[in-house]
Design a protein around this ligand. Structure first.
Ligand code: ADP
Ligand code: MG
Length: 277
């Protein structure tokens, strides 16, 4: 069943296509023995807005951090395109991946422009960063992404701490978009925002990513937002995938299995086996 689901995810017009992100039996056991990821396998095609949904402690953050190497695997494999994540490929993979954080992770005393430009820190010589002398093309790109996320010129010089929560997350998204990443990891990007602003932010993230063909892994714990915005939902519980399918198939039964631990009706499905919708 798992194999069939993977084949579905990786097919386009009847042709096999290489997944953009690929997790193969990924396990992460922390030194205290907690298995945060307990055999996760999934293929994510290019351009998909894939929501990783699950209760607190289910392994969402750990899974996202596997992609940019912030979490080292205990076993299994993660690939970006045809590049397996190894110590030798880590830098190359990080260049292609950007992150949006729950608490925005902005430099509060710095301006909006400086925060957005910090998305290029790894690519710009240290002395330029220290002096704030960023190349012209990069400054122009920063203006472009700041406009793209709906902030005005007047915000450019404003301190990040002077912005509302929703505006701060717009800055976080602009920073992530700056270098045109192939993959955007968004770890509960709306957990600190009220519902109306959350919808604006998720809509913005989805559309901006789609415009540049980026693949998004977005962790959420709100089922209504997952249903509304996801191309696909990967439901996680205790480090395992318990649902994998399109949002319209994430029904009450799947939600119960994810949040209350009810067994699927089909007894043939073992506890470990995900519901592939
Ligand atoms: P989620 O993002 O879904 O809330 P996490 O990936 O943060 O879940 O955590 C999954 C499990 O791993 C939890 O039981 C959590 O306590 C544990 N965990 C996360 N980070 C660490 C760590 N650095 N050391 C030990 N355990 C951790
Ligand atoms: Mg988390």
């Amino acid at each position: 069943m798992l194999g069939a689901a993977i084949t579905c995810a990786a097919r386009s017009n009847g042709r096999e296509v290489q997944p953009h992100l690929s997790f193969r039996d990924v396990r992460k056991v922390y030194p205290d023995g907690v298995a945060a990821l307990d055999g996760v396998s999934a293929d994510v095609p290019r351009g998909q807005f894939c929501v990783v949904l699950g209760p607190s402690g289910s392994g969402k953050t750990t899974l996202l951090r596997v992609v940019n190497g912030l979490t080292q695997l205990t076993s299994g494999e993660m690939r970006l395109g045809d590049l397996p994540l190894t110590p030798a490929t880590l830098r190359a993979i990080r260049r292609r991946v950007a992150m949006v954080h729950q608490l925005f992770s902005l430099i509060e005393r710095a301006s909006v422009a400086a925060n957005v430009l910090s998305g290029a820190i790894a690519e710009v010589p240290f002395w330029r960063v220290a002096l704030g002398w960023y190349p012209k093309a990069l400054r122009e790109r920063a203006c472009e992404v700041i406009a793209r996320v709906g902030l005005d010129q007047i915000h450019l010089k404003r301190r990040a701490s002077a912005l509302s929560g929703g505006q701060q997350q717009r800055v976080g998204i602009a920073r992530a978009l700056l270098l045109r990443p192939e993959v955007i990891l968004a770890d509960e990007p709306v957990a600190s925002l009220d519902p109306a602003i959350s919808r604006d932010i998720l809509g913005l993230l989805r559309e901006a990513a789609r415009e540049q063909g980026a693949t998004v892994l977005c962790s959420l714990h709100q089922t209504d937002l997952a249903r509304e915005f996801a191309d696909r939902i990967i439901g996680m519980r205790k480090g395992r995938v318990v649902f994998d399918g399109p949002p319209h198939l994430f029904d009450a039964r799947a939600e119960s299995a994810l949040y209350e631990g009810l067994m699927p009706v089909n007894k043939a499905q073992s506890k470990q086996e995900p519901i592939h919708a």
